[in-house]
Ligand binder design. Structure first.
Ligand SMILES: NC(=O)c1ccc[n+]([C@@H]2O[C@H](COP(=O)([O-])OP(=O)(O)OC[C@H]3O[C@@H](n4cnc5c(N)ncnc54)[C@H](OP(=O)(O)O)[C@@H]3O)[C@@H](O)[C@H]2O)c1
Length: 223
């Protein structure tokens, strides 16, 4: 067999059963894809790679200043991949100080990007130098409170606004950012691309992201 995917709550626990980790999985500290390479099980994190693939289809990461809303597992994976791809500055905006500071320290100490932690305890305005804003919180998922406490008018035309939420694909966050002239990127691409990357790791085959996207929409009842 070629490997396997795993998800919450096993992404950290699985590491002790593996023989090694890919570079970004090691920095992220979480694995969602194990790959059998010559009899050794190597842990990879395809969440961040999937996001990065969607992101790079719109704009390069090099030199970007990024606002990251959230500091959980998805945020960690995305931030590490963007930093490894050349993003230079992050504002890590998170409700709980501990998780936010931990991700900020990870970026400052283990990547060449610089990061500042912002405690999210009041309405947040996107700084003037930010070019990208990413909702990597779970806010906006079906049955969750979907309105982030940000000043949506601080999102400017020409910015990129990305979301990690898969269902619904078009979130309140993306709607509001789009109304301010931002280019928007749905979380659907991230989940489709992590599958494309996992299949490539296991089999060497490039599958068509559009086929997977269409099937996912059908499964979600959105086709
Ligand atoms: N598209 C994809 O392929 C993909 C892949 C992975 C995950 N996801 C999605 O990403 C989302 C996050 O997943 P995760 O694994 O990162 O979860 P997680 O580790 O539990 O992190 C959740 C994050 O959301 C924040 N948050 C939750 N509710 C909030 C609220 N009411 N106000 C402010 N902040 C809030 C948390 O802040 P605190 O630290 O303060 O609690 C934390 O930063 C989920 O919706 C998941 O489905 C999508």
């Amino acid at each position: 067999w070629k490997g396997f995917n795993c998800s919450i709550p096993h992404k950290v626990e699985v590491i002790k059963y593996l023989d090694g980790l890919g570079e970004s999985a090691s920095l992220i500290g979480a694995v969602n894809c194990a790959v059998n390479r010559g009899g050794k099980l190597i842990g990879e994190n395809t969440d961040g790679k999937g996001f990065l693939k969607s992101f790079l289809e719109i704009t390069p990461a090099t030199g970007k200043t990024i606002v990251l809303l959230g500091a959980g597992g998805a945020a960690r994976a995305i931030a590490v991949e963007l930093a490894l791809a050349g993003a230079t500055k992050f504002y890590v905006v998170n409700r709980s100080r501990a998780r936010g500071e931990e991700l900020t320290a990870l970026l400052n100490e283990k990547t060449s990007a610089s990061a500042t932690f912002v405690e999210w305890n009041k309405t947040y305005s996107i700084p003037q130098d930010a070019e990208v804003v990413i909702n990597s919180t779970s806010m906006g998922m079906v049955n969750t409170e979907g309105k982030q406490d940000i000043d949506f008018d601080s999102i400017r035309s020409g910015m990129l606004a990305a979301d990690v939420i898969v269902n619904p694909p078009q979130t309140y966050f993306l709607d509001e950012a789009g109304k301010r002239g931002a280019t928007t990127l749905q979380g659907l691409g991230m989940v489709v691309n992590q599958a494309v990357i996992g299949i490539k790791f296991w089999t060497g085959v490039d599958v068509d992201a559009k086929d997977l996207n269409d099937e996912l929409l059908r499964v979600l009842g959105l086709a």
